[in-house]
Design a protein around this ligand. Structure first.
Ligand code: SF4
Length: 472
């Protein structure tokens, strides 16, 4: 429950200045960072798991060492694990240990990687104690290990790798080294893809990893669905809701930390129907903005994918481009700026018109956050309008004290933390976030108005009373 007085007092702590009963609010400065960088130093694997979403049709390429050193320049620009980031994935969709330079690369990871670097391995390549010790001694935060089955025939069927003995030997060696080694080892996590093939073994797999290893968690997840050729096989592996519920009930009884990312076959069908229906929708400008926000607010939006051939792909352009080896730090900084800037492009409302004289409403406008980075000002909060409006359709208007006017769409979200107001205002309460392009603002002080439509297309404007956005 939110208490309005507490809320306002908390927010006023951030206030910078008061002028004639008007409070000037200056955005808090924030640094631009990638939430994650997903690297692969090779594009091959020593298994062919039936659920794998990767295509192995490309020419095999191992990253050369100069490119790898250039890629490491991105590390200071990656949010670290403690800061809520997803980190620097040393390996993402292929198997890193089969790269002949794997151990050399590990040795090159600087201290700063210790709180950022993740690595995933299938543990299928034969590894001796020395190899595993070097892996555990590297500047790595977390090691994910795949475990689909401990039954030899089943393992070999699922992974299409006939060397179960290598896998089980590696697990035993890993356990031995962990028990003997006297250093601070990376966090360990096991991951199992839940399939019809291994559903009866899931509980035993979790019990095994929990008993033999000091794990942070064991993750159980359903196979990915995307557009590669084997998705038919993956779809058939989805369990019914009843089966999923039964497995989750059993997992909850274990004294182990288990993370589940599980979709049932019913969930999958519903998801696919929704996606198909969306394709046929006629979109108005709000819905188009919603689709843009879906991209720039996706949790993977600030991820950068780096391929073994020295190219990278971001979520905005979705095209592979060569990383500059001359000045990689600048290249990555420019890439960050481009991604951040695109958020304000997504929010920009260029075709808003005809509503220059809306009716004035009288509602609460509350602000959680006003921050600024080199590209945009982020404005986030929630609002309780005084009448029934469509809280999913919101335009935020900035009016400069010297007359500069700008309109932005806002992404709108349910705010369950605002239940007290939701009750009071009969449900007309919604959250919002927008991204304002700093370079487009011509004045340094702005009024902020939230503009909603009612169900009868009346336009209502709510001013953030007594507050002015003040820019330096
Ligand atoms: S180990 Fe990973 S990359 Fe290799 S085939 Fe299996 S899922 Fe794909």
């Amino acid at each position: 429950m939110v208490k309005i007085d507490q809320y306002l007092n908390k927010f006023k702590e951030k206030i910078t200045k008061r002028e004639n009963n008007i409070t000037l609010i200056s955005p808090q400065k924030e640094t631009m960072v990638f939430d994650a960088v997903n690297l692969d130093t090779n594009n091959t694997c020593n298994q062919r798991c039936r659920f794998c979403f990767t295509s192995f049709n490309e020419k095999p390429i191992n990253m050369d060492i100069n490119t790898f050193k250039a890629v490491l320049e991105v590390l200071p620009l990656v949010k670290d694990y403690a800061g809520g980031g997803y980190g620097f994935y040393f390996s993402c969709i292929y198997e890193p240990t089969i790269n002949p330079l794997f151990l050399e690369y590990l040795d090159l990871l600087p201290d700063i990687a210790k709180n950022k670097c993740f690595l995933t391995t299938n543990l299928a390549k034969p590894m001796d104690e020395g190899f595993i010790k070097r892996l555990l001694s590297a500047n790595i935060r977390l090691v994910n290990i795949s475990i689909e089955s401990l039954k030899p025939e089943r393992f070999e069927y699922i992974t299409q790798n006939k060397k179960f003995n290598h896998y089980i030997n590696n697990l035993n060696t890993l356990e031995k080294v962990i028990n003997e080694i006297d250093i601070d080892i990376p966090i360990l996590r096991f991951i199992t893809i839940l399939l019809k093939e291994n559903k009866d073994e899931i509980i035993d797999l979790v019990k095994y990893t929990c008993k033999h290893f000091p794990i942070e968690s064991h993750e159980i997840r359903t196979p990915f669905i995307n557009y590669y050729e084997n998705m038919g096989w993956n779809k058939k592996q989805y369990l019914s809701k009843e089966e999923v519920d039964e497995i989750i009930t059993q997992l909850n009884k274990l004294e182990c930390i288990v993370d589940t990312v599980i979709m049932s076959s019913e969930d999958l069908e519903k998801y696919e129907n929704e996606e198909n229906n969306k394709e046929n929708e006629k979109l108005d400008s709000y819905q188009k903005a919603i689709n843009r926000f879906k991209i720039v607010e996706d949790y993977e939006y600030l991820f950068l994918r780096i391929n073994s051939d020295g190219t990278c792909i971001d979520k905005k352009n979705n095209v592979a481009e060569k990383i500059s080896l001359e000045n990689p730090r600048k290249y990555f900084k420019d890439k960050l700026f481009e991604l951040y800037s695109y958020r304000s492009e997504a929010a920009a409302c260029s075709d808003y018109g005809g509503y220059e004289n809306p009716d004035s409403g009288d509602g609460f406008i509350l602000v959680d956050k006003i921050s600024e980075n080199d590209a945009y000002i982020e404005f986030t909060g929630w609002c309780c309008p005084d009448r029934k409006v469509n809280t999913d359709k919101l335009i935020i208007k900035l009016t400069g004290l010297d007359g500069d006017v700008n309109y932005y769409h806002a992404s709108t979200k349910k705010r369950f933390d605002a239940d007290e107001f939701k009750e009071k205002e009969k449900g007309w309460c919604g959250g919002y976030t927008t991204y304002i392009d700093k370079n487009k603002l011509k004045n340094n002080k702005y009024y902020i108005d939230l503009i909603y439509e009612t169900e009868t297309s009346q336009i209502i404007s709510y001013r953030w009373e007594n507050f002015i956005l003040s820019l330096n």
